[in-house]
Design a protein around this ligand. Structure first.
Ligand SMILES: CC(C)(COP(=O)(O)OP(=O)(O)OC[C@H]1O[C@@H](n2cnc3c(N)ncnc32)[C@H](O)[C@@H]1OP(=O)(O)O)[C@@H](O)C(=O)NCCC(=O)NCCS
Length: 167
């Protein structure tokens, strides 16, 4: 028997997804570093993988919070993206993606950015559909869960202020 998604319980660790990518000249911007848009694309890929592991159905990215690049990525660096579902609501979920670069000659690891994406689960007809419950376990899970709920409140409040009902 297939369980109804809303009665299914999953934990953040079950959604943890790691994507590793070796950057190359094809990813460069005119300044010779890795194009930020490429890093954003990888964030979306990693978030969709984590969300798919959580929802076990097709998902789509609804929105991405503002993204700050803390450091440039050099062509040839390795990128590691770690994605986890932080919180889930009715049909949507927040996925956090942490991006680090690794400079191959020195092994130095640098925090590039952290992205928060809101991803929506879709049914076979492409309509939003209910997701399982996400139950945080560790203290870190609970911290991320609380922060995700706060960010959702801020998103919705910002959307209401703009009068669109959404961001
Ligand atoms: C995202 C999408 C499915 C939402 O459809 P919709 O008809 O507005 O659906 P709903 O009103 O039922 O909202 C569904 C969920 O999405 C959330 N959502 C939709 N737009 C949102 C936004 N801009 N910010 C935050 N959450 C959003 C809602 O809060 C709701 O979450 P909940 O059920 O957990 O409370 C639809 O807008 C869409 O398909 N957008 C295009 C997505 C896409 O193609 N992405 C890739 C671009 S290349």
């Amino acid at each position: 028997m297939i369980e109804e998604p809303a009665s299914v319980i999953r934990h953040p660790a079950e959604t943890a997804s790691i994507l590793t990518y070796r950057t190359g000249v094809q990813d460069a911007n005119p300044a010779g570093n890795v194009h930020g848009g490429w890093v954003m694309k990888l964030c979306d890929d990693a978030a969709v993988i984590a969300a798919t592991r959580f929802a076990r159905c097709r998902v789509v990215t609804a929105t991405v919070d503002s993204l700050t690049f803390r450091s440039a990525v050099q062509v040839g660096d390795l990128l590691t993206l770690r994605a986890t579902v932080n919180a889930a609501w009715r049909t949507s979920m927040e996925v956090g993606v942490q991006v680090e670069s690794e400079h191959v000659p020195t092994g130095q690891i640098t925090h590039v950015c952290t992205a928060y994406l809101t991803v929506v689960a879709l049914d076979d007809d492409g309509r939003p559909t209910a997701v399982p419950q996400l139950v945080p376990i560790s203290a870190e899970d609970k911290r991320r869960h609380d922060h995700a709920n706060t960010r959702r409140k801020i998103r919705l409040a910002g959307a209401a202020e703009l009068g669109s009902g959404r961001q």
